[in-house]
Design a protein around this ligand. Structure first.
Ligand code: GAL
Ligand code: ZN
Length: 646
């Protein structure tokens, strides 16, 4: 069990003269930094010429850390192949859907299916691992960096061949593939495997099954690269944990569930989006997702920012106190490590306008003072490490469904499955109810309530999983445009939603996307979407003006399944969620004012911590179960040990 909260950042000492390093490490110690990620973008300096390795400078970096008691997430530098790589092997550079080959000079300039890339990546990985396997600074392997952030899908001939190999291993025959993709449509029938291409630029819509399988293949190709590096590392250091930093909740090209299954501990990066009305609520979604990916166990926030980033149209600096609130929110939701990109703000390069722990202006700054204060606070919270968050509610979300719905030929372009999941999650956030994100085929037995905001695609196993959850006494709430297609994006016939028609006691014959808001019989406001549905057994709880069902409830086995045929506005959605929470016996962890985040982490022995984070400009009071109150001033946060929960 860890006894500290890891605190630190990516450290890129190669961007600075060596004289700076001692100062860096002294400042780190002053700030309570106990962990840094190193070597992430060091390939071109560790192997400046192909096959020629220069580790002297990196030895000194790691020795300096060890001498100062700072541990390293030691990276394999494979996210950024050096210029010599693209020069010598242009065929290993990625190609976009329009057939343009991308050049070196940025990062992630490689085709994920390139055998040459894999060979060179494994060679530098082997060099790093063999040299530092016993180094005292080594805490964890940080494999690559954000797989697929820039090169998730490659359309080159090598990728095309790899795609065909992937298809051959997933379909028993070409006939089976033709059937799954529905290639009788638009004369797309394949008479030889060799005819199959990635979904490159085409005159009109590409085949939905083809694009879905290409997304699956592309994600698998990245997981395979991770596994290849991980296996090599674990072969040399079986006891050193391996991870790769995901972008959970932010970037949907990579199947996070598949990556998570291959890591010793889930780590993820999170950046606030300035364009969002409540970026801290988005943060909570990402953190809950990361925790869920790690099976509820503590996870690691590998990167976030002390203030502005450099890649949004308008990069908002953080207000005083926001850095602390953000960090504590991740901690509250189960992180055992709070790390930043990056330690010292770059002087040059494309990220010179990205904030860091140590800003350009130095230590006499708001950021530095907050960084030092947070380090001290986290040191005082060491007792939180190892505790977990238990949620009674799960939101179902799956990459395949998101990818399938990404195909542009849909009944409306205004339904966004990720936004919808976040909106439902946000409604629970406001109610003080913590919620997991679960895979549709995952274990649902621990939950009282399962929410299905918009799961357009669900496999037969996923469909049965929810049905079984309800049969055993659970409560489900299914949103519109869920359970519509099978795993190949083929419509489930006989009335929508084919996956759960019986469970819901409802059958839908036609979709009616809406041009504007409408009012339901209850007075609730809805919009974007409606369905012509009829009850085949469900009780109708709300209707459209036509009298057709908008909200239904069906008793099934020991439980009940609710269905919404429209997209409710925030207020109406909150009311429906309050109803289903009450029905399922789901309670908030504490009661408080809007905008105050409350979450509980508990140890197995019952010792708990209530986190109360006030994101508003008003002082607030939090009432604990049992009646005790805690004052949380505007913009402030309190972490209260609450003893055993009975
Ligand atoms: C992440 C990446 C870091 C840095 C950061 C900037 O996506 O892993 O290397 O680029 O974004 O926000
Ligand atoms: Zn390729």
């Amino acid at each position: 069990m860890p006894d500290v909260i890891a605190y630190g950042a990516d450290w890129n000492p190669e961007q600075w003269p060596e004289e700076t390093w001692a100062e860096d490490v002294a400042l780190m110690r002053g700030a309570g930094v106990n962990r840094v990620s190193v070597g992430i973008f060091s390939w071109s300096l560790l192997e400046p010429v192909e096959g020629v390795f220069e580790f002297g400078w990196f030895d000194r970096v790691l020795d300096l850390l060890a001498a100062n008691g700072i541990r390293a997430n030691l990276a394999t530098p494979t996210a950024a192949p050096p210029p010599w790589f693209g020069d010598a092997y242009p065929e290993a550079l990625p190609v976009d859907a329009d057939g343009r080959r991308l050049q070196h000079g940025s990062r992630q300039g490689f085709c994920p299916s390139s055998p040459i890339y894999r060979e060179k990546a494994l060679r530098i990985t082997e060099q790093v691992a063999a040299r530092y396997r016993d180094h005292p600074a080594l805490a964890m392997w940080h494999v690559h960096n954000e797989y697929g952030c820039h090169n998730a899908r490659c359309y080159c001939d090598t990728s095309a061949a790899a795609f065909r190999a992937w298809l051959r291993s997933h379909y028993p025959s070409l006939d089976a593939l033709n059937d799954a993709w529905g290639t009788a449509f638009w004369s797309q029938h394949y008479s030889a495997w060799a005819q199959i291409l990635p979904p490159r630029a085409t005159p009109s819509f590409t085949n939905p099954g083809q694009q879905l399988d290409y997304r699956r293949f592309s994600s698998d190709a990245l997981v395979e690269l991770y596994v290849a590096e991980r296996d090599l590392l674990k072969g040399l250091t079986p006891d050193v944990p391996a991870t790769t930093n995901l972008m959970a909740g932010a970037h949907w090209d990579m199947d996070c569930w598949a990556f998570a299954a291959e890591t010793d501990v889930v780590s993820t990066d999170h950046y606030l989006l300035g364009a969002r009305a409540e970026p801290h609520v988005d943060l909570a979604f990402a953190a809950d997702y990361a925790r869920s990916l790690n099976g509820g166990r503590p996870w690691l926030l590998m990167e976030h920012s002390t203030s502005a980033v450099n890649w949004q149209p308008r990069n908002l600096a953080k207000a005083p106190g926001e850095l602390r609130r953000n960090s504590l929110a991740h901690l509250a939701r189960g992180a055992d490590g709070i790390m930043f990109f990056q330690w010292r703000a770059s002087r040059a390069g494309a990220e010179k306008w990205h904030s860091a722990m140590l800003p350009h202006a130095g230590v006499d700054t708001k950021i530095w003072r907050e960084v030092v204060a947070l380090g001290a606070e986290l040191a005082g919270l060491a007792g939180v490490a190892g505790s977990t968050v238990t949620a009674d509610v799960a939101v179902l979300l799956d990459h395949s469904s998101v990818w399938a719905q990404d195909h542009p030929a849909q009944p409306t372009s205004e339904l966004d499955p990720v936004e919808e999941a976040k909106r439902w999650h946000a409604a629970l956030w406001r109610a003080g109810i913590t919620c997991d994100v679960a895979h549709p085929e995952g274990d649902l037995t621990g939950y009282r309530l399962v929410l299905v905001p918009q799961l357009y695609l669900v496999s037969d196993a996923g469909a049965a999983n929810l049905t079984e959850f309800v049969r055993r006494g659970g409560v489900a709430l299914v949103g519109p445009y869920s359970g519509i297609v099978d795993e190949h994006d083929r419509v489930r016939l006989g009335g929508y939603p084919g996956a759960w028609r019986d469970l819901l006691g409802v059958s839908v014959e036609e979709f009616f996307p809406l041009a504007g808001p409408i009012r339901l019989a209850s007075g609730a406001t809805a919009g974007v979407w409606s369905e012509a549905a009829r009850s085949t057994g469900a009780k109708v709880l709300d209707t459209y003006a036509t009298g057709e069902p908008a909200w239904t409830r069906n008793e099934w086995g020991g439980g009940a399944a609710h269905y919404l045929t429209t997209r409710l506005d925030a207020a109406a959605l909150a009311e429906v969620l309050a109803t289903v929470c009450a029905e399922a016996g789901v309670e908030p962890v504490a009661r408080t004012a809007p905008g105050v985040e409350v979450v509980r982490r508990s140890h197995a022995d019952g010792r708990s911590f209530l986190f109360a984070i006030n994101h508003t400009a008003q002082d607030a009071v939090v009432t604990l179960p049992g009646g005790a109150t805690v004052a949380v001033p505007a913009g402030d946060a309190r972490i209260v040990p609450i003893g055993r929960i009975h």
